[in-house]
Design a binder for this molecule. Structure first.
Ligand SMILES: [Zn+2]
Length: 335
């Protein structure tokens, strides 16, 4: 087997754009990140990403793009997959932005032959990273989750990433955990996990209940800090989110016979405040023996899971990427 070159890796979310160069084995040679610019147009967003990529390539001493094995990218959804037309909910400047094509035009090696440029949902990339080199290593069936501004996921069954009909499988954030009394979700539904457990939803709920009422700019991190200090409403907010996560994970485990669930994103750093109520409700809703075996852990790769997963999209053959295989029906756009 010939030695494979490094991969240019990208992780784009509403808060930050991260990029790096990873060895074909997944180790990051270098990485860097910048805040995602707000209130700017599509081209300004692209130029921010472009300079970041030029910077990491320079630091990694990649002078010729043909030294790379390819380009892997996780980006906030939704997107038209595998075409890589992205419309991230939290990046309003990009609507049907042709990210995959732009990356290919600007950064791909122009030598003939296979040069993969692959864009997938950011939570899916994170799940691939955690399965490849993180908490799911050596396990065949895993759910990778990101609990942050949104709640996303990626599903790996029998060692392969599951894409679904339109590339959108794994959207655990829109599993319904409270259909009657739950809040409205950005998707238009009611009582989705995301509407309860996303950071801003926690803050909103807690403020309605009397935690720092009316104070603008509060974040889930502030809330977690106060919960650690023992603030009762803050603790209740974390408990509520943990419980919702436990219910959703129980459902996914019962459906898919999962071995491990890896949780990344800011909220996963809240430790026992989230994981204790999560484990409690998970235990309450997994009654079948096989489901009780599931292991729920924080992402082992931490904030790098998305970048490592972007490398996995490129170097792992069809294990984490089926986007270029012939499909029975044309991909649909899910919104
Ligand atoms: Zn929803």
């Amino acid at each position: 087997m010939t030695k494979r070159g490094p991969v240019l890796v990208i992780d784009i979310g509403g808060t930050k754009m991260a990029a790096g160069v990873a060895e074909a084995g997944g180790r990051l040679i270098t990485w860097s990140q910048v805040p995602t610019p707000r209130d700017v147009d599509a081209e300004k967003l692209w130029r921010t990403l472009e300079s970041l990529l030029i910077q990491v390539l320079k630091v990694a001493k990649i002078d010729d793009l043909c030294e790379l094995s390819g380009i892997g990218c996780g980006c906030g959804g939704p997107m038209e997959w595998p075409a890589g037309l992205v419309s991230p909910l939290n990046i309003p400047g990009w609507r049907d932005f042709p990210l995959r094509d732009r990356l290919r035009e600007r950064f791909a090696c122009d030598a003939p032959g296979e040069y993969p440029v692959r864009v997938h949902n950011d939570a899916v990339a994170m799940a691939a990273g955690e399965h490849w080199r993180g908490a799911g290593r050596g396990r065949k069936n895993m759910l990778g989750m990101v609990v942050s501004t949104g709640v996303g996921g990626g599903l790996i069954l029998d060692n392969h990433l599951i894409d679904g009909a339109s590339g959108n499988a794994g959207h655990i954030g829109h599993i319904v955990v409270d259909p009657d009394d739950g809040p409205l979700c950005v998707c238009g539904g009611r009582g989705c996990l995301e509407a309860i457990a996303r950071g801003p939803a926690l803050v909103e709920w807690a403020q309605d209940e009397g935690w720092r009422p009316g104070q603008p700019g509060m974040t889930a991190k502030d809330l977690a800090g106060d919960a650690t200090q023992g603030h009762s409403v803050a603790r209740a907010a974390m408990r509520r989110a943990g419980r919702g996560l436990g219910i959703a994970i129980a459902s996914a485990t019962n459906l898919c016979d999962l071995e491990v669930v890896s949780i990344g994103g800011g909220l996963s750093q809240a430790g026992a405040l989230i994981f204790d109520p999560l484990q409690e409700s998970l235990a309450a809703h997994t009654m079948l023996d096989f489901a009780r075996e599931v292991l729920v852990v924080p992402a082992a790769l931490g904030q790098h899971a998305g970048l490592v997963g972007a490398a996995a999209l490129v170097v792992s053959g069809h294990q984490y990427w089926t986007g270029d295989l012939p499909r029975l029906a044309p991909p649909r756009v899910a919104r």
